[in-house]
Design a protein around this ligand. Structure first.
Ligand code: SAM
Length: 283
């Protein structure tokens, strides 16, 4: 059967035409940096079809044109959520937190104790488990961190996950992965203040220019660039390199690869771990 129209109802479902898929892929690339190859079409089609049915929208073109308006902001984040996954967990890819504990934090804590400024960033932090894990490692090494100028920032493009991260309430099975002393005592409890006080959150799209004045000492951006095409990945790696202090660390996801101009300045230092060797900028 040839799909001639935008979306034809089929047994209560919409089917995305090739043209519509192209339009979504173009929108997602321009707005979120996502690369949707044609192999993703069945997945995108079924997820979008559910969304349009829920909204009772029968015309895909009006769905798409609403996305591009100021009032479409909420639906833009719904679209992003259905095109990506927010899967995360405390102490995910634990070797990075070992490096944080053993190599990254000790000199930074010294620096902060001598009055220096220390900034860590979890970019694409999803529901917050990654920056809170960073805070737990920091708190273990430096219980007085909240009194020093050490801050952890968590950002994500999706305002829904950022709100969940700020609420800092996690189900018991997830809390089972963290040291007992940080576990909430009862259902609905937040993580303890000693952890919350180290982390702040914001909404940030990584493909747009970063709004920061100062530089970071370590950046975790794991399992995010996997959704981007190579030019977008290279753009983001360069933006991170420019945002790192000399000697600063970048941690990326297990299935991601460093490439492009930033690779000249980011020296491999362990599994998917890079150190910024340059005070200069990658071009
Ligand atoms: C699979 S989660 C990774 C969470 C965490 N970093 C980890 O490794 O456990 C991917 C996150 O990237 C976010 N994301 C996708 N595109 C983004 C973009 N352009 N800017 C910022 N965040 C983005 C998604 O919203 C999602 O929360």
């Amino acid at each position: 059967m040839t799909i001639a129209h935008s979306i034809e109802p089929s047994a209560g479902q919409f089917i995305l035409s090739d043209q519509d898929f192209e339009a979504v892929a173009k929108f997602a690339h321009k707005n979120f940096g996502l690369a949707l190859s044609s192999s993703k079409k069945p997945l995108v089609s079924s997820r979008l079809s559910r969304r349009l049915n829920r909204l009772n929208v029968r015309d895909f073109k009006s769905y798409l044109s609403n996305l591009d308006t100021p009032g479409g902001e909420g639906e833009r984040s719904e679209l992003l959520s259905l095109l990506t996954t927010n899967v995360t967990q405390f102490f995910r890819e634990p070797h990075h937190f070992e490096t944080l504990r053993e190599d990254v934090l000790p000199p930074l804590i010294e620096k902060a104790r001598s009055g220096g400024r220390v900034r860590l960033w979890s970019a694409g932090c999803s529901n917050g488990q990654e920056p809170y894990t960073m805070a737990m490692v920091l708190n273990q090494l430096c219980p007085d961190a909240a009194r020093l100028d050490i801050k952890i920032l968590g950002t994500d493009i999706d305002p829904v996950v950022v709100r969940t991260a700020q609420a800092a309430q996690y189900p018991a099975d997830e809390l089972a992965q963290i040291p007992a002393k940080y576990r909430a005592k009862g259902a609905g409890d937040q993580l303890p203040d000693e952890i919350l006080s180290l982390v702040s959150f914001g909404v940030l799209n990584l493909i747009e220019p970063f709004p920061f004045k100062g530089k970071f000492d370590a950046i975790f951006c794991r399992n995010v660039a996997i959704y981007f095409d190579t030019p977008t990945q290279q753009h983001v790696w360069s933006a991170f390199q420019k945002s790192l202090n000399p000697g600063g660390y970048l941690f990326i996801g297990h299935s991601e690869r460093m490439s492009g101009p930033a690779a000249t300045h980011l020296q491999t230092s362990g599994i998917t771990t890079y150190i910024n060797s340059s005070a200069g900028l990658s071009t």
